[in-house]
Write a protein that binds this ligand. Structure first.
Ligand SMILES: [Zn+2]
Ligand SMILES: [Zn+2]
Length: 173
C-alpha cells in the first residue's frame, strides 16, 4: 500500500485503533519526511484542547457577557510565573535613549509622558532580539515609545524591523 492510501485507510479506522497504529508506525519509522506526516496525522486525531483564551475569542458578545458574569463571582486564581531575563547593559540603554532625544525612533512621536525624574519616557528595544542571538550593543538598540515597543514584540513587522536596523546602525556611527 502506498503512503497516501495507507493514511486514508488509517483515517477511516475507529479512532483508538488508528491512534494505536499511528503510534506504532511512528515508533518504527526512520524516514523524517514520513515521520512528519505520521505525527501530523496523530495530532489531527488528537487536536489540542482549546485554551480559555481561544474559547473566549470564538464566543459571540452575548455568550461572552453570560460567561463573564458567571465567572466574575469566582475567586481570582493566582499563578506563579518565572521568567528568564537577559541582563542588559545600562550604559547602552541610556545612550540609546539620549540619542533618541525624547522621540520614539519608530513613529517619531514625542515620548507620551515623563518619568518620575521628569525625563521623557522611552523604552529600549533590541532590533534583533537577544533571544534570537542579537547583541546588547548600540548598533542593535533603539528607543521606542511604549506603544511601538509593544507592537514590535507582538507583530515585529519586517518593514519596521528594517527601518529600526538602519536607525540603530546610524546611532552607532
Ligand atoms: Zn512610537
Ligand atoms: Zn524590546
Amino acid at each position: 500500500m502506498n503512503g497516501k492510501l495507507r493514511l486514508q485507510y488509517l483515517c477511516n479506522l475507529a479512532k483508538p485503533h488508528a491512534e494505536y497504529l499511528l503510534q506504532r508506525a511512528i515508533g518504527l519509522q526512520r524516514d523524517p519526511d514520513v515521520l512528519q506526516v505520521l505525527r501530523a496525522a496523530l495530532s489531527q486525531l488528537n487536536p489540542k484542547p482549546k485554551t480559555d483564551e481561544e474559547l473566549a475569542e470564538e464566543m459571540s458578545l452575548k455568550e461572552l457577557e453570560k460567561t463573564a458574569a458567571k465567572r466574575s463571582s469566582k475567586p481570582v486564581e493566582q499563578k506563579e510565573v518565572t521568567t528568564k531575563q537577559y541582563s542588559r547593559d545600562p550604559y547602552v540603554s541610556e545612550l540609546a535613549k539620549r540619542l533618541a532625544n525624547g522621540k520614539c525612533e519608530l513613529c517619531g512621536q514625542p515620548a507620551p509622558f515623563r518619568d518620575s525624574k521628569g525625563k521623557p519616557y522611552l523604552e529600549t528595544h533590541h532590533v534583533v532580539w537577544l533571544s534570537q542571538g542579537g547583541s546588547d550593543s548600540v548598533d542593535n538598540t533603539v528607543a521606542l515609545c511604549p506603544n511601538c515597543h509593544r507592537k514590535m514584540h507582538i507583530v515585529n513587522n519586517p518593514s519596521d524591523v528594517s527601518k529600526l536596523k538602519i536607525v540603530a546602525k546610524n546611532n552607532a556611527l
